[in-house]
Design a binder for this molecule. Structure first.
Ligand SMILES: [Zn+2]
Ligand SMILES: [Zn+2]
Length: 268
């Protein structure tokens, strides 16, 4: 396909300020580079981190901000040196569109830990421009950060591009995937649901721990959970104390005792 040398016109939905309101946004994507895959966005998940970012709740939002990091679509153009993809392929992009490709983490296929990773949106690309996410009609990135989307997987499963790495990956990495094991999942939000589904698919016995009694019915009805614990201690995920402790691992250990001693319900 003959490639255009003009930037590509794109359309998206952008936050302009902390109001949480998205409005139409015309912008341009860069020309498809020789290792880039450009695709038409068919579906993009809404992650809670999108909501945090569009309201600048993490104090790092660059406006206008086009969220979306669970992006599924069909390839419309590939660069001359792209090897893994062709026009018409169904593909997905998650949280990253770039990394240094040189550090120890990158060399060990752990680019999500690269200190120079480029986020799919609200990041700074190699050319100094701000990255715009999947709440848009087209997106492009180096093929290294694109995955093939299985034909038998509905595009509505796009949230797997974010929540999969944060739930499936640790369960597998720490060997918490053996039938008969007992897994406690703290919190039944978006990631919690995903963790519960994976853990149950692995054949483990799952308990949900929550600060909200309303989650008890959700756990029973939607997730078929037979055991639920209430914990009255609310975690303050947004404060700097939380993040500092999370980095050192202290918070997880401090809270483990509280969680394990929670009030418990058993069903069935
Ligand atoms: Zn996410
Ligand atoms: Zn790196």
């Amino acid at each position: 396909m003959e490639k255009s040398h003009e930037n590509v016109e794109a359309f998206g939905w952008a936050a302009r300020d902390t109001s949480g309101v998205l409005s139409p946004f015309n912008f341009s994507r860069r020309v498809t580079g020789e290792k880039d895959v450009q695709f038409k966005v068919m579906y993009c998940g809404i992650c809670h981190s999108d909501l945090h970012q569009l309201k600048n709740e993490w104090s790092n939002s660059i406006y206008p901000l086009v969220p979306g990091h669970e992006v599924v679509g069909v390839v419309t153009e590939v660069g001359s040196k792209v090897e893994k993809f062709k026009i018409g392929d169904k593909v997905g992009v998650g949280c990253l569109v770039g990394s240094c490709r040189k550090c120890e983490n990158c060399n060990n296929d752990l680019k999500n830990y690269c200190s120079d990773m480029i986020l799919t949106y609200n990041g700074v690309d190699t050319d100094g421009t701000t990255t715009y996410g999947g709440y848009s009609d087209i997106i492009l990135t180096n093929e290294h950060y694109v995955v093939h989307w299985p034909e038998n997987l509905p595009i509505e499963a796009a949230p797997l591009l974010c929540a999969r790495i944060t739930t499936y990956s640790p369960l597998r990495y720490y060997g918490l995937d053996k039938p008969g094991m007992h897994i406690d999942v703290v919190g039944l939000g978006g990631l919690g649901h995903m963790a519960v589904k994976f853990a149950m698919a692995f054949g483990t016995k799952v308990t949900v721990i929550s600060t909200s009694v309303s989650k008890k019915d959700k756990a029973i009805d939607r997730c078929n959970i037979r055991q639920f614990k209430m914990n009255m201690k609310k975690l303050e995920f947004g404060n700097s104390h939380f993040w500092k402790n999370l980095k050192s691992g202290n918070l997880a250990v401090q809270n483990l005792e509280i969680w394990l001693s929670s009030k418990i319900w058993k069903f069935g």
